[in-house]
Design a protein around this ligand. Structure first.
Ligand code: GCO
Length: 257
């Protein structure tokens, strides 16, 4: 008995990762590819997507791209159909796409609210609605929604983001209870504070950086590759009886007062 446990082997599987031209999405795609999956990178910018795909190909991954706006249901459905026809059936969907539009709630514009709810919550419904019927027809599939510690707590100026991530926690459970009987497992990963483009200004803010390192028991920010293990677990046969769970990866932040 030696070598990697076949339970975690994603060879022969195909994963669509939304919002994966950079940041956590690209790290998640890389982690699944390292476990053997073929990956489909998504974003709105075809040039950024092509560069990200070339990087992963250079690392030995089987990669293709699907440039579409995840808030556009029709565009997403068309791209899912094209991927399944031209590339491979989608076995794994990671709903990762997310943005920030920080503002105090009392000053937040309708556009700031709607943009975050559309991208961080509604898009997960729209893309899953395109993918899930195909998984159900095949009797198998893995859906992983990228929630957040903000699915449980908030801080000033990100009320739209927290509302969206809180909704995504419950959408994860809603998907799980409807689709588990069809062999489709739906779960979530909830990152704490990670070093990403989304958080660049926060990481570089001396006061905020000090607060996060003090508030997080691990005493540091997370690095994107530190989410890959959880993604491989939830994308693999190792999690075939796991449904509706939110796997928090936050250095202990939510465990601490
Ligand atoms: C912020 C951050 C957070 C976190 C994310 C962690 O403005 O406080 O962007 O929202 O990065 O939620 O999952």
């Amino acid at each position: 008995m030696s070598g990697p446990n076949p339970l975690f082997d994603l060879t022969g599987r195909t994963a669509l990762v939304t919002g994966s031209s950079q940041g956590l999405g690209l790290a998640l795609a890389r982690g699944l590819a390292q476990a053997g999956a073929a990956v489909v990178l998504n974003g709105r910018d075809a040039t950024k997507l092509a560069a990200a795909a070339a990087t992963l190909r250079g690392e030995g991954a089987r990669v293709t791209t699907a440039a579409f706006d995840v808030t556009d249901g029709a565009a997403g459905a068309a791209e899912v159909a094209r991927i399944e026809t031209e590339f491979a059936p989608i076995d794994i969907l990671i709903n990762n796409a997310g943005i920030q539009r920080r503002a105090p709630l009392a000053e937040m514009t309708e556009e700031q609210w709607r943009a975050v709810l559309d991208t961080n919550l509604t898009s997960a419904f729209l893309v899953a609605r395109a993918v899930a019927p195909r998984m159900i027809a095949r009797g198998a599939g893995k859906i992983i929604n990228i929630c957040s510690v903000m699915s449980e707590v908030s801080r000033p100026t990100i009320g739209n983001y927290a509302a969206a991530k809180g909704g995504l926690k419950m959408l994860t459970r809603a998907m799980a209870v409807e689709w588990a009987r069809h062999g489709v497992q739906t779960n979530a990963i909830a990152p704490g504070y990670f070093v990403t483009e989304l958080n660049k200004a926060l990481v570089e803010n001396v006061e905020f950086n000090k607060w996060i390192c003090g508030r997080t028991p691990a005493g540091r920010w997370g690095q994107p590759h530190e989410l890959a293990g959880a993604a491989v677990f939830l994308a693999s046969r190792a999690s075939d009886f796991v449904n509706g769970q939110i796997l928090t990866i936050d250095g202990g932040l939510l465990a601490a007062l």
